[in-house]
Write a protein that binds this ligand. Structure first.
Ligand SMILES: Cc1cc2nc3c(=O)[nH]c(=O)nc-3n(C[C@H](O)[C@H](O)[C@H](O)COP(=O)(O)OP(=O)(O)OC[C@H]3O[C@@H](n4cnc5c(N)ncnc54)[C@H](O)[C@@H]3O)c2cc1C
Length: 415
């Protein structure tokens, strides 16, 4: 396994750096940690994000892996990774396109007709439109195929009624990807159909949800007799689950890739500037032991992530590393955040810009990470995946297999 750039990769990285140096500013190490969930996006932030995306698209640096014929660059997966690594070192506006570019675009490119690709992909690349993912419902999250939002065919349209929840960015989205139940008499997975919906359609109501950290990143979305043209259907009628799987695979890869060790540098910084028993905390043996433990686990994660990159660089398909990275990285970051708050003492939980130590990175992470440990597959669901697909353990028992969805029991057993 060779973690270094090949000569071609090194040349590509240099090209990327040159463009970024000329068009963006290097990140201030003290800058507030990223707003990953679009929680505090203002109108100015929205405009700045769109302008940055357009600038990248005009120079050929947006959606590197997407086909040239729809406005991408036709680059390799490793080139996309190199771009992401380098871009993350620069100050850029909040990324409001992660759902559109990370999940919706790849799904349309895989399952859409040529007309659908031409309709939606170019505007996605240039950042003219923002997208959201309308999958989860109040009683369908991990068990997504249990969703109940209905779609009934009416002439050239479908009429949609129901409720979605936890829809990130719905409040500023122009389009959404939507999974519905068109046939409650079919079994759970077979009765689903997938659409692209115009978020400005009459009958759609978006209600923001306030989160634990005060942000308002996700929403409830209500559908009342919303009409969607059949031309917006992605895949065949009844093919919704297969199309949704494409979205979910892309979602997990995009959330899992980070490794989640970003705040370890902040933790070392805090240990150098905070005192324990009258001496810098970093000189205290108990503190050093905790820091060493975090560091070793962080390196383990980094090397797991490097294995993914090495596989991509050699043209191979990465294995289960993304699930492992998401599972272990989320937990590790939360532990480090808790320790940072503890080490900072009484001020550790402050979130005021001018008072909080380390620019409130620790309480931010402590309150934000639980959401990331749920989105895109909870810890328990990831453990199930690892146990079944990596360790080869027997699958979970399924009581609803082959049963018509309308007959799947939903309440307490009748007496
Ligand atoms: C920050 C954030 C952003 C999100 N953004 C979006 C979005 O944009 N669009 C969207 O559609 N959804 C979004 N979601 C929703 C997300 O996909 C769901 O929250 C997730 O799938 C879990 O579903 P649930 O919340 O219904 O929990 P449930 O599925 O009800 O799970 C509850 C608990 O039961 C456990 N559990 C469930 N099934 C099993 C099992 N088989 N074995 C063991 N344990 C199990 C879970 O691990 C969890 O602890 C977002 C969520 C978060 C937190």
């Amino acid at each position: 396994m060779d973690f270094n750039d090949t000569p071609e990769e090194a040349q590509f990285r240099a090209e990327v750096r040159a463009w970024l140096d000329a068009n963006a500013t290097k990140k201030d190490p003290k800058a507030r940690s990223g707003d990953m969930l679009g929680e505090r996006v203002t109108d100015d932030g929205l405009a700045a994000s769109k302008a940055w995306q357009k600038k990248k698209a005009d120079a050929g640096w947006a959606c590197l892996r997407w086909p040239v014929e729809y406005g991408g660059r036709g680059a390799t997966p490793i080139q996309q990774v190199i771009w992401n690594q380098e871009e993350s070192k620069y100050q850029t506006p909040p990324n409001i396109f992660s759902i559109g570019l990370g999940m919706c675009g790849p799904t349309i490119l895989t399952h859409g007709t040529d007309a659908q690709k031409k309709q939606w992909i170019p505007d996605m690349i240039t950042g003219q439109q923002v997208w959201c993912q309308l999958f989860s419902e109040p009683s369908a999250g991990s068990d997504l195929a249990g969703l109940r939002t209905s779609a009934v065919r009416d002439g050239d349209d479908w009429v949609v009624n129901g409720q979605k929840i936890w829809t990130t960015g719905a409040q500023f989205s122009d389009w959404g990807i939507l999974v519905t139940r068109h046939d409650p008499t079919a079994s759970k997975h077979a009765g689903l159909t997938y659409f692209v919906v115009d978020m400005h359609s009459p009958g759609i109501e978006v209600r923001p949800i306030t989160q634990i950290n005060g942000g308002r990143g996700f929403n409830e979305v209500f559908f009342t007799d919303v009409r969607i043209p059949d031309a917006n259907r992605l895949g065949e009628v009844g093919d919704g689950w297969r199309v949704a799987i494409t979205t979910l695979m892309n979602e997990r890869a995009s959330i899992g890739g980070g490794g989640g060790t970003g705040i370890i540098g902040d933790l070392f910084g805090l240990a150098r500037t905070t005192e324990v028993n009258g001496r810098p905390a970093i000189e205290d043996s108990a503190v050093r032991q905790r820091l060493a433990d975090f560091y070793v686990r962080g390196r383990g994660l980094q090397n797991t992530s490097n294995r993914t990159l090495s596989a991509l660089s050699q043209g191979k398909t990465p294995g289960p590393e993304a699930s492992l990275g998401k599972l272990v990285g989320g937990w590790l970051t939360q532990e480090m955040a808790a320790y940072g708050m503890e080490l900072a003492g009484m001020s550790g939980s402050l979130m005021e810009d001018d008072l909080a130590p380390a620019n409130h990175v620790f309480p931010d992470a402590y309150l934000g990470i639980p959401g990331l440990r749920i989105a895109g597959g909870t810890d328990e669901v990831l453990r199930n995946i690892i146990s079944e697909r990596v360790l080869g353990l027997p699958p979970e028992v399924r009581m609803d297999k082959g049963v018509a969805f309308k007959d799947v029991p939903t309440g307490p057993p009748s007496k």
